[in-house]
Design a protein. Structure first.
Length: 141
């Protein structure tokens, strides 16, 4: 029989599915911030190796303390979107990090915005839902 309750449930389920589809197809704003300290520049060269979309080289950027590098990422719901960044600190410490992995980080980047903070000791991603920073990588020694 069903009745009104089943119709309401069906409408709510449809609305939730539409919201999830919209969220998956949304473009994401990516923010990478230098938090190394005053007078310490961060050099970052980032790229997306999504074969279907073509390799997207975002270029090399030198960020002053507290400066952001931002880009828009169209996410592909059918393939795991990833971004890699080669980063160098003033003391010549250098490393390549998988800065964004859609499968790993999608839940942390709610609201279609992803924030990374590069500190002297490590790189952190912001958990937008719980409003705190999560350790991603330590700099190599």
């Amino acid at each position: 029989m069903g009745g009104i309750g089943s119709h309401v449930n069906a409408v709510l389920l449809f609305a939730l599915a539409a919201l999830l589809i919209f969220q998956v197809h949304a473009d994401y704003m990516m923010y990478l911030t230098n938090n190394l300290g005053p007078g310490k520049d961060l050099t970052a060269h980032c790229r997306n190796d999504n074969i279907r979309a073509g390799i997207r080289d975002l270029g090399t950027h030198v960020l002053k303390f507290s400066q952001n590098f931002t880009w828009v990422s169209p996410l592909d719901p059918w393939q795991n979107t990833t971004y890699w960044c080669d980063m160098t600190k003033p003391n010549s410490a250098r490393a390549t990090f998988n800065i964004y992995n859609e499968t790993r980080d999608f839940v942390l980047c709610t609201g279609a915005e992803c924030y990374w903070r590069v500190d002297e000791d490590a790189i952190y991603i912001h958990d937008n839902l719980h409003k705190h920073w999560v350790l991603q990588y330590h700099w190599p020694q």
